[in-house]
Design a binder for this molecule. Structure first.
Ligand code: NAI
Length: 320
C-alpha cells in the first residue's frame, strides 16, 4: 500500500462510515468525526454492524492485509483537530454547498502543507466549493459509491485549478489499496456514473409515462438482460462485441424516437473506417491488446452466477 496515512474523515453519515470501513478493511488507519454528537455516539456500533453484515456475506477480504480486526484501525474523534496530522482528509458531510464552504474555511489553514482535502460530493462543482478558499488547489474530489466496501469505483477529479500532482498521488494510493479510481478529466455535472445512470433513468421514466410498461417490468427488463452484462462489460466493450455496423443501424432507426436526430459521430467514423468492434480488431476499444476469450469467459461466469442466484432465490421471494 502507498503511504497516505493517517486518513481523517469528516461526516459519519451513510458514506463517511462506509468509506471508513472500506479503507480500514484495506489496511488503512482512519479517524472519523461528525458534528452531531448523537451520530458520533452510535458511529462505532454502526460501523461494527456494517462489518458483521459483510462477514455474513462471505465478503472477499482484501489479500495481504493484516489479520488484526479492521474495526480497530478506525478511531472516532470528537472534532476535526487531528485532521491537522492527516495526509488525506475526506469530507463526507451533508450535500450543502455553504456548510462545506464553512467547514473548509475553518479546516484548510490547519492542514499539513502536502495534505489533500477530498470531497465526496455527488453533485457540487469543485469550482463553487473552492470559492474564497485559501490554498484552493488542495481540494480534490473522490466520489465513492454506496456501499463503499462493495463498490470498487472511486471517481476522482481536480476540476479547474486543482493540483494534478496531488490527484495523481490519490489515484496511485487508491489503486494500491485495490480500489478502481477513474479520473474525470474535465469539470462535469454529475461526473461519469451519474450522467450514465440518470440518462437511463430518464428514458425509463419516459417509457413508463408513455404506457409502454410499468416500473416493475422496466426494472425486470434491465435486471434480466443488459443490466447483467453490464456487470462484466461497459457500454463500449458491449457494443464492440455486438458489432458496430449493427449498432449504427439500430442507432439510425432509434434516433427519431429521441427527438434530436443527431448521429453519434464517433460511431459513424469508426464504421466508415472499417473498425467494427472486437471481430475486426478495433472498435471503440483496441481488441488487439485484449484477450477476447478471457473477457467472454468472465462475462459468462458472471451471468451463470446470477442464474444460480435466481434459482436459489427467485425474484418474487426477494421482493416479498
Ligand atoms: P448523511 O446525511 O448520511 O451524512 C452526513 C453527515 O455529515 C451527518 O451525520 C451530519 O451530521 C454530518 N455533518 C454535517 N455537517 C457537518 C460538519 N460541518 N462537520 C462534521 N459533520 C457534519 O449524508 P451521506 O449520504 O453520507 O452523504 C455525504 C456526502 O457524500 C454528500 O456530499 C453526498 O452527496 C455524498 N454522496 C452520497 C451518496 C449516497 O448514496 N448517500 C453516494 C455518493 C456520494
Amino acid at each position: 500500500m502507498l503511504s497516505i496515512e493517517p486518513i481523517f474523515i469528516i461526516g459519519a453519515g451513510l458514506m463517511g462510515k462506509g468509506i471508513a470501513l472500506d479503507l480500514a478493511l484495506r489496511g488503512c488507519h482512519v479517524m472519523i468525526t461528525d458534528d452531531d454528537k448523537e451520530v458520533l455516539t452510535h458511529a462505532s456500533r454502526h460501523i461494527a454492524e456494517l462489518f458483521h453484515s459483510l462477514e455474513e456475506l462471505d465478503y472477499p477480504f482484501p489479500e495481504g492485509v493484516s489479520d488484526a480486526d479492521p474495526i480497530e484501525r478506525i478511531s472516532i474523534k470528537d472534532d476535526c483537530r487531528e485532521a491537522a496530522r492527516a495526509d488525506l482528509v475526506i469530507e463526507a458531510i451533508s450535500e450543502d454547498l455553504e456548510a462545506k464552504q464553512r467547514l473548509y474555511a475553518r479546516l484548510v489553514p490547519t492542514l499539513k502543507p502536502g495534505a489533500v482535502l477530498a470531497t465526496n460530493t455527488s453533485s457540487l462543482a469543485l469550482e463553487e466549493l473552492r470559492k474564497g478558499l485559501r490554498r484552493p488547489k488542495i481540494l480534490l474530489g473522490t466520489h465513492f459509491f454506496n456501499p463503499p466496501p462493495l463498490m470498487p469505483l472511486v471517481e476522482t477529479f481536480a476540476g479547474e485549478g486543482g493540483d494534478p500532482a496531488r490527484l495523481a498521488r490519490v489515484n496511485d494510493f487508491l489503486r494500491s489499496i485495490g480500489k478502481e479510481p477513474v479520473e474525470v478529466r474535465r469539470p462535469l455535472r454529475g461526473l461519469i456514473a451519474n450522467r450514465l445512470q440518470f440518462a437511463l433513468l430518464r428514458e425509463a421514466i419516459a417509457l413508463v409515462e408513455a404506457g409502454v410498461a410499468g416500473p416493475e417490468d422496466v426494472d425486470r427488463v434491465v435486471r434480466f438482460s443488459f443490466g447483467r452484462r453490464l456487470a462484466a462489460l461497459g457500454p463500449f466493450a458491449n457494443a464492440d462485441l455486438g458489432g458496430l455496423h449493427t449498432y449504427l443501424r439500430i442507432f439510425r432507426y432509434l434516433l427519431p424516437a429521441w427527438g434530436d436526430g443527431k448521429e453519434p459521430e464517433l460511431l459513424t467514423r469508426l464504421v466508415a473506417n472499417g473498425h467494427l468492434g472486437a471481430a475486426s480488431g478495433r472498435g471503440f476499444l483496441n481488441w488487439r491488446q485484449k484477450n477476447l476469450e478471457d473477457l467472454t469467459r468472465r462475462r459468462d461466469g458472471i451471468l451463470a452466477d446470477l442464474l444460480r442466484r435466481d434459482q436459489e432465490r427467485p425474484m418474487e421471494k426477494e421482493c416479498s
